[in-house]
Design a protein. Structure first.
Length: 91
């Protein structure tokens, strides 16, 4: 792959980042491009799911259930942590 007109400062930063991770420049770029492509795939899927949810919400035959607001448990953070630890210790 060839990238034309890449700013030399950007190229230097990328090479430095690769060196800092102990990777070759090619391996570093391969990993970064794979990460970008995965994020794009997730973004695309999120748009699809959001569009489906909007479509269902607009259909009169498929009412959207209201989401219950968060309700306090009536416990302090310390009590919750103690309860979780107690449960873990019992296993």
């Amino acid at each position: 792959m060839q990238v034309r007109d890449l700013d030399p400062a950007v190229n230097d930063r990328l090479k430095g980042a690769a060196a800092a991770k102990g990777l070759s420049y090619s391996e570093y770029l391969r990993r970064e491009l794979t990460r970008i492509a995965e994020r794009l795939r997730i973004d695309e899927r999120w748009r699809e799911v959001s569009a489906e949810a909007r479509s269902r919400a607009e259909l009169p035959s498929a009412p959207v259930e209201p989401v219950e607001p968060w309700r306090p448990l009536g416990m302090t953070t310390e009590e919750i942590v103690a309860s979780v630890r107690e449960d873990r210790d019992s296993r």
